[in-house]
Design a protein around this ligand. Structure first.
Ligand code: SF4
Length: 487
């Protein structure tokens, strides 16, 4: 017996399904980001039930799938017309339908997804479901219910507009006929020895596989998979030709200039410094220098007026101001977790950023995009916000242009790679010393902060958020000063 999710896993990779059934202890535990995705899925699923009110939910019980199937059967026999999480065990597959709705003599199925559109694997998922359910029910239509990212909340949450329902019946019917064959293949595979499957792009498509620590254990930390902007097919081609470490790469292999520098500096262990490239960048800067960084959060279900699903909501910034005299000032903003952080942020940010001087970000497109969005959302401040954009300078540029390359960048110019390579033993600049260590953690932490009841706990988390964002801009100051010294 396979569950629907196991079947989908088997479609991605037979070995993944085999390991799950025979060696589950090798599976990676979900990280905080994956857990946040699961939680979002549950929240969206619960809310979507309101599209078909008055139904009865089958309680999920990992210890008693047969009981869930029996409850479903009983509800159908009793004439219940809307069932949430209806469970079926048929055709060798255990499948659950998020929402099952009686329609005339048949039943319509609604599968709820937290995504903003229908993905290819949703169709396969629905085909497995149809294959199983159609043995016991007369099915009408099958749909995907997904989040509508064009919905702009104003006032009460409008469930009808928050979701989009797409009928996928025709697509599903073309896929159903293959399900039996796939299932037979998986069942035979599970009775045999572990399949010999090489690692490949399927390890992350459509989902990042949770056996990667096991299957990728022989790939070293520095390998062809770190080559800068090399497409995935070429990386796997090198790997499967036995070219794993940089030293294995033949001189005839075609590499981009950055990739070539990566390979060369990995063997010499010496940074590459080209002062004229750094000087070109420095020549454009105007004091005072405003080192600036936003943090944002996203939610599937908008909480505030003027918010759309999955909209990037700036809630915090840090700003270090470096004056020509060498004086360094720090300013910051962290919105209240219970109200829309944007109005207060816009006012203070415009005040803090003054009217002249370069605004320095690391990978500025993120900050500029947020400012453009804020200009649309707050038209009364649009001119002042738009005026900030021409002042931006991107501190990643001298790195991307190879003004400075350190072998420990390992093919990444993100600040999280650049900083420890340039300042390896500086505890003041070590993200690992912080409670919140990356933007994803900051995002999830703030998005959930309003749920915490204990004000002391909330305050301590707010301090951790401030410390994280402050380091982002302090890091930029130190990187700038270090570049200036070597240029
Ligand atoms: S890591 Fe890749 S090869 Fe290994 S089980 Fe997962 S998908 Fe298959």
């Amino acid at each position: 017996m396979l569950s629907k999710s196991q079947f989908i896993r088997g479609l991605q990779c037979h070995k993944s399904l085999w390991l799950l059934k025979h060696r589950p202890e090798l599976r990676d535990q979900p990280d905080a980001a994956q857990q946040a995705l699961f939680d979002t899925g549950h929240t969206v699923g619960d809310l979507a039930c309101q599209l078909f009110p008055g139904g009865i939910e089958i309680e999920f019980d990992t210890q008693n799938f047969d009981g869930m199937v029996e409850q479903t059967r009983q509800l159908i026999a009793d004439g219940v017309e809307v069932i949430y999480e209806a469970a079926f065990k048929q055709n060798g597959i255990f499948a659950m339908a998020d929402i099952l709705v009686k329609n005339g003599d048949g039943w319509d199925v609604y599968e709820v997804k937290a995504s903003t559109g229908v993905k290819d694997y949703h169709l396969k998922d629905a085909a497995v479901q149809w294959y199983s359910l159609s043995e016991v029910l007369t099915l009408g239509r099958i749909h995907i219910v997904h989040v509508n990212n064009q919905y702009l909340r104003q006032g009460e949450l409008d469930i009808q507009r928050l979701f989009t329902i797409e009928d996928i019946t025709e697509d599903v019917l073309t896929l159903v006929e293959d399900v039996h064959e796939y299932q037979a293949g998986m069942e035979a595979m599970l009775k045999a020895d572990e399949p010999q499957m090489l690692i490949g792009s399927h390890c992350d498509d459509p989902h990042s596989c949770d056996f990667k620590s096991h299957c990728w254990r022989d790939v070293p930390d520095v390998s062809v998979f770190n080559l800068y902007r090399m497409n995935s097919a070429k990386k796997f081609d090198l790997y499967h030709r036995g070219i794993v470490q940089y030293a294995d790469i033949p001189p005839t292999e075609s590499l981009s200039p950055v990739q070539r520098i990566q390979v060369e500096t990995a063997s010499t262990r010496q940074p590459l410094i080209q002062p004229h490239i750094i000087q070109d960048f420095m020549a454009d800067l105007v004091y005072p220098l405003y080192f600036f960084d936003f943090e944002t959060f996203m939610e599937a279900i908008p909480r505030f007026d003027g918010q759309k699903p999955y909209m990037q909501m700036p809630f915090q910034y840090s700003l270090h101001i470096l004056h020509e005299s060498g004086e360094l000032e720090h300013k910051e903003y962290l919105g209240d977790e219970h109200s829309d952080p944007r109005p207060g942020l816009v006012v203070q940010m415009l005040n803090d950023l003054g009217e002249q001087g370069s605004i320095i970000a690391f990978n500025q497109s993120f900050e500029i995009s947020r400012i453009r969005e804020l200009a649309k959302q707050f038209p009364q401040h649009a001119d002042a916000l738009e005026a900030l954009i021409s002042r931006f300078k991107d501190l990643i540029v001298p790195f991307r242009n190879l003004g400075y390359y350190h072998p420990d960048f390992n093919g990444s110019f993100s600040i999280k790679s650049v900083l420890p390579a340039m300042f390896p033993n500086d505890p003041e600049l070590d993200y690992k010393q912080l409670e919140i260590q990356n933007g994803g953690m900051a995002m999830d932490t703030f998005a959930n902060l309003h749920r915490l009841k204990d004000p002391n706990q909330r305050d301590s988390i707010r301090q951790a958020l401030l410390a994280y964002c402050r380091l982002d801009t302090l890091a930029m100051v130190r990187i700038y000063q270090s570049l200036k010294q070597v240029s």
